[in-house]
Design a protein around this ligand. Structure first.
Ligand SMILES: Nc1ncnc2c1ncn2[C@@H]1O[C@H](COP(=O)(O)OP(=O)(O)OP(=O)(O)O)[C@@H](O)[C@H]1O
Length: 507
C-alpha cells in the first residue's frame, strides 16, 4: 500500500488530516454562531481536499476546491477509498469545531458500496428488459429496484439513502428519493413526507453536509403530516397511498425513472404500530429490497414475516421483498434533543431564505479593500415576502386526532368511519384557537385539492394531497382581523385554504 504524503503540498490551513485508504475523517460543528458573538452570515467551517480522492456520503469532493459551510450544527464524515489529504479550518467562529478525528472502522461504507453494486445490476436488468419488451403493458410492469431503508432512530438511515442516491446519480440514473420521516425530512421542511426526482445536479457536497437538496434542481412532491414529533397512523397511511399513486404515475411515463427505481427513507418508528406501518408502506410502494440497518431483531421480524407471506402466496413472489441486513456506521452519535430542534428550525429557515450564498453585491472599491472577513460574507439567496390578509379570507384546517363516533354527531350529519378527519379553526371565535396559530407553519393547499375536498366533503382529500408550499404566521392582529404571513415569494397564494399542524417557527 502506498503511503499518502504531504511533502508536495503548501503549508496547511487549519488542521491537516492525512487519511490512508478506507479511512474517514469525522467532524462535528456546534450550533450557536450567533450566541458566540460572530455574525451568522459568515462561514463557520471550511474544508478542502488537497490531494487524493474522497467523498461525503457518496458525493465526491473536487480537488483543491474550498467547501464553506455557513451554518453550524453539522456532523459529517469524509471517506476515502484510496487515501487523501484534507485541510479543515474554522471560519468566523473560533471553537465552532467540536471534534474532528480519523477512523478506520469503515466496514459500513464497504457494505454500502456493495449494496449499490447489487442495485445497479438490478437497474441494468430492468433497463434491458424494458428495451426488449414488445408491448406497453409488459414495459410498464418492469421496474428497477424499489429500496426501503429501515432501522431505529439515529442509526444512519438518511445517510445510507443519501449515499445510494449519490452513487446512482453519478452513473446517470434518476431514482426517486422518497423521505417518509416527518421528524427529520431531508427533502422538505419538518413535518412532511416528500418525493424528489434526483439527478447528479441535485447532489452537492454543501447540501449533503447540511439539510435539503439544492433549490432550482428538483421539484419535490410534498404532503404535510403536520407534526415533527408524532405520527398519525391513519393519516400516514393515506399520505403514503397518495405518494405511491403519484410515484406510479411518474414511473408509467418515464422509462429511465422506472429503471432507476426508488430509494425510501423511513422514520425510525419500528415497534408496535410503527412496525405495522413499515409493512404497510413496503406493500404500498411495492418495495423489492428492504435494507435493515444494524438491528437484528427488526431483521429477524421482517425476514420471518416475508417468509410466511411467501409460503402463503406460493408462486406469486412478486410482492415479497428481499430483506438484507447492513451494519451501521460507528461514527453515528446520538444528537441531543436541542441539536435536533435547531436542525428543524434551520430546515424551515432554509425554506424561506434559501441557501446562504456569497455576497456578490460589493462594489469594486470594496472588493479591492476586501478583508478576510468580508471575503467570507454571505447573504440569503431568497427574499421572503410578508403578506397581510383579512382573517375572513382564509380557511385554516387541522387534522383532528380521532374520528368522531357516529353517536356524537348531530342527527342530520353524515356518519363516517374515516379515521382521517379535519376541523376548521374558528378564526372569528375563540381567542385560544387564534392564539395557537401564532408562528405556526401553514401548508398552502393546491387549488385542485381544495376543489376535490369541496366536492367530496372528505377531509382526507385535502390533507393527503400534495401541498403547493408553506407560509409561516408572523402575527395575527385581532384589532384589525388581519393575518400576517411570511411566504418564500411575492404574489398571491395559490389558494387561501391552509393546513396547520403542531410545528411553529420564528426567526
Ligand atoms: N460515519 C459517520 N460519522 C459521523 N457522523 C455520521 C456518520 N454517518 C452519519 N453521521 C451523522 O449522524 C447523524 C445521524 O445520521 P442519520 O441522519 O443518517 O440517521 P437517521 O437514522 O436517519 O436518523 P433519524 O432517524 O433521526 O432521522 C447525522 O447528523 C449524520 O450526518
Amino acid at each position: 500500500m502506498v503511503e499518502v504524503t504531504t511533502d508536495d503540498l503548501p503549508p496547511p490551513k487549519g488542521e491537516r488530516h492525512v487519511l490512508q485508504p478506507r479511512e474517514e475523517l469525522r467532524f462535528e460543528v456546534a450550533f450557536g454562531t450567533a450566541a458566540s458573538g460572530a455574525s451568522p452570515n459568515l462561514d463557520v467551517i471550511s474544508f478542502c481536499l488537497q490531494k487524493g480522492s474522497c467523498e461525503l456520503y457518496g458525493c465526491e469532493l473536487a480537488v483543491q476546491k474550498v467547501y464553506s459551510i455557513p451554518q453550524g450544527g453539522i456532523k459529517v464524515a469524509l471517506f476515502t477509498w484510496h487515501g487523501c489529504v484534507i485541510d479543515l479550518w474554522e471560519g468566523s467562529t473560533e471553537g465552532a469545531l467540536d471534534i474532528s478525528y480519523t477512523s478506520d472502522e469503515t466496514d459500513s461504507n464497504v457494505a454500502f458500496v456493495n449494496t449499490h453494486a447489487q442495485l445497479e445490476a438490478l437497474r441494468d436488468d430492468a433497463s434491458l428488459a424494458i428495451f426488449n419488451a414488445t408491448d406497453e403493458t409488459t414495459k410498464k410492469n418492469i421496474s428497477g429496484p424499489r429500496v426501503m431503508v429501515v432501522g431505529e432512530t439515529e442509526c444512519g438511515k438518511s445517510t445510507l439513502v443519501k449515499t445510494l442516491v449519490a452513487y446512482a446519480t453519478k452513473l446517470g440514473r434518476t431514482p426517486l428519493w422518497v423521505d417518509l420521516d416527518p421528524m427529520d425530512n431531508s427533502i422538505s421542511v419538518p413535518g412532511t413526507l416528500a418525493v424528489a426526482p434526483m439527478t447528479a445536479a441535485a447532489v452537492t457536497v454543501e447540501s449533503y453536509a447540511t439539510t435539503g437538496i439544492p433549490p432550482n434542481t428538483v421539484h419535490p412532491l410534498v404532503v404535510y403530516h403536520g407534526s415533527s414529533t408524532e405520527i398519525h397512523p391513519a393519516l400516514f397511511k393515506g399520505q403514503v397511498d397518495r405518494l405511491a399513486h403519484s410515484i406510479q404515475s411518474r414511473m408509467d411515463h418515464d422509462e429511465q425513472a422506472r429503471a432507476s427505481g426508488i430509494v425510501v427513507n423511513t422514520n425510525g418508528w419500528i415497534r408496535d404500530e410503527g412496525y405495522e406501518l413499515l409493512l404497510y408502506t413496503a406493500e404500498a410502494l411495492k418495495i423489492s429490497v428492504l435494507l435493515v440497518l444494524g438491528h437484528d431483531r427488526l431483521y429477524s421480524m421482517m425476514t420471518s414475516h416475508y417468509k410466511k407471506l411467501q409460503r402463503e402466496q406460493g408462486d406469486d413472489t412478486s410482492v415479497v421483498p428481499k430483506v438484507l441486513k447492513l451494519p451501521r456506521s460507528g461514527g453515528i452519535v446520538s444528537r441531543p434533543s436541542d441539536f435536533i430542534r435547531q436542525c428543524r428550525s434551520r430546515a424551515v429557515k432554509k425554506y424561506f431564505y434559501g441557501d446562504m450564498i456569497a455576497d456578490n453585491t460589493t462594489s469594486d472599491a470594496e472588493k479591492e479593500s476586501k478583508t478576510a472577513e468580508s471575503s467570507m460574507k454571505r447573504i440569503p439567496q431568497l427574499t421572503p415576502f410578508l403578506s397581510q390578509l383579512p382573517l375572513s379570507d382564509v380557511r385554516i384546517y387541522k387534522v383532528s386526532s380521532m374520528a368522531l363516533s357516529s353517536s356524537l354527531l348531530p342527527v342530520a350529519q353524515q356518519q363516517t368511519t374515516d379515521a382521517v378527519q379535519i376541523i376548521e379553526i374558528d378564526l372569528e371565535g375563540s381567542t385560544s384557537d387564534v392564539d395557537s396559530l401564532q408562528h405556526a407553519l401553514l401548508a398552502v393547499c393546491h387549488p385542485a385539492a381544495v376543489a376535490a375536498y369541496e366536492e367530496s366533503g372528505r377531509g382526507r382529500d385535502l390533507v393527503t394531497a400534495g401541498v403547493a408550499g408553506f407560509c409561516a404566521v408572523e402575527r395575527i392582529v385581532k384589532e384589525t382581523d388581519q393575518i400576517h404571513l411570511l411566504s418564500p415569494c411575492a404574489g398571491n397564494l395559490p389558494s387561501k385554504t391552509l393546513i396547520v399542524g403542531d410545528i411553529t417557527w420564528m426567526e
